[in-house]
Design a protein around this ligand. Structure first.
Ligand SMILES: N[C@@H](CCC(=O)N[C@@H](CS)C(=O)NCC(=O)O)C(=O)O
Length: 370
């Protein structure tokens, strides 16, 4: 698929939430890569290689393919340990993982809603998808754009629980996040201090490729939260070799609203999803902060998210585990973290992520070990 065996290839899209997050990470770490835009042909090939059509996908110089940005970052951190983005302090590392997971999964619905519920955004983004991802398909542009608007609006908004009853709650997630991040950036350039860490990349996914660029939420960000607008550009432009400084100690007070929201909204949602999964349903309801969401899709991946958060907690050294438990109890996160019995997502039964699902075709004679 490529002719330069030393090159890392990132397959994705210039409008994609998770591709933006991962490119932000690679750029900060100064890990060179070549970007290849998704197309129907690329997508078919990647589905064969990775077992999923999700982006971004990474092709390593040794011919292996990876997907899923969080475990990919873990993998790259072991190979590029300098300027680590996972804090060394185990309590900070655990809480960062929790906040990263919350940031990227919980802001997904508002990001999709603002992109596909507002006409100027939907018109612009359907054009970008038609021109970038669907190029080469011999169907008139207007038809591609129309189909994309219908598909995305149906699949990612209306079938993901956004109705006139949940609309304000979905939007409040964005507004509250802007306010909370603005408070943080009033005192330091990144979420935990002078340098970016995992939590920055978790928020970057929605803030960079959706909220700061899609017309409706971008206008809101520029007027309501210019410090967040500055931060997403700062992170995109940050390079580890030029970014100096340390982290605050412990878990900062201004993270409190995020931890409270994880306890009141995100973990209860993950529990409702996990219970739906355990009972074999494909849809589930959830009451979040007094708002009833109906018929949400059950996500196997998000059962795994909860499993992984538990595993990270259990892997903590004894003393840190006690501190982490006290913090989780204080923010009402402890009970929902453990509420659902016998979690079994079966998402990664053989512990292969981020290489899960790939078809093995590694030829060590031709490919250079990465
Ligand atoms: N957890 C994955 C999520 C990847 C993901 O959902 N990517 C979106 C685009 S930003 C996608 O490919 N959606 C298309 C689909 O799910 O079929 C990651 O971190 O990489």
């Amino acid at each position: 698929m490529h002719d330069d065996a030393t090159e890392l290839i990132v397959y994705g899209s210039a409008i994609s939430y998770y591709t933006g997050k991962f490119e932000g990470y690679l750029r900060y770490k100064e890990i060179p890569y070549r970007f290849v835009p998704f197309s129907p042909k690329v997508s078919r090939r990647l589905e064969q290689e990775t077992g999923t059509a999700q982006m971004p996908a990474v092709e390593l110089p040794d011919g292996r393919f990876m997907t899923d940005t969080t475990p990919m970052i873990d993998w790259f951190e072991t190979r590029h340990p300098e300027s680590a983005v996972i804090p060394r302090d185990p309590l900070q590392a655990f809480v960062s993982r929790l906040v990263e997971d919350y940031a990227e999964e919980w802001l997904w619905r508002p990001a999709m809603h603002f992109r596909w519920s507002y006409q100027p955004d939907a018109l612009l983004l359907s054009r970008k998808i038609a021109d970038e991802i669907l190029r080469g398909i011999s169907v008139p542009g207007f038809a591609k754009r129309f189909v994309m608007r219908q598909r995305q609006g149906s699949f990612y908004v209306r079938r993901d629980g956004v109705t006139h009853k949940t609309w304000d709650h979905v939007e409040s997630i964005y507004f509250d996040t802007l306010d909370r991040l603005s408070d943080i950036f009033a005192t330091r350039p990144f979420l935990l201090g002078e340098v970016p860490t995992l939590a920055d990349f978790g928020f970057f996914a929605s803030m960079f490729r959706h909220f700061s660029q899609d017309p409706t939420p971008a206008e809101i960000m520029r007027t309501r939260a210019p410090a967040v607008f500055e931060w997403q550009a700062r992170l995109w432009n940050a390079r580890a070799s030029k970014t100096r400084g340390g982290l605050v100690s412990g878990v900062p007070k201004d993270w409190t609203p995020f931890l409270d929201d994880i306890g009141q909204a995100y973990l209860p949602y993950l529990c409702a999803n996990a219970e739906g999964f355990a009972s074999g349903r494909s849809r589930h309801d959830a009451t979040i902060q007094g708002v009833r969401y109906r018929n949400l899709p059950v996500s196997q991946y998000r059962v795994w998210c909860l499993e992984r958060l538990r595993a990270h907690f259990e892997a903590l050294p004894d003393e840190t585990r006690a501190q982490a438990r006290a913090l989780l109890v204080r923010h009402a996160c402890w009970e929902p973290l453990w509420q659902t019995p016998n979690l079994e997502s079966r998402h990664d039964p053989d512990g292969q992520v981020p290489f899960q699902g790939r078809k093995v075709h590694y030829d060590p004679r031709q490919k250079k070990e990465y």
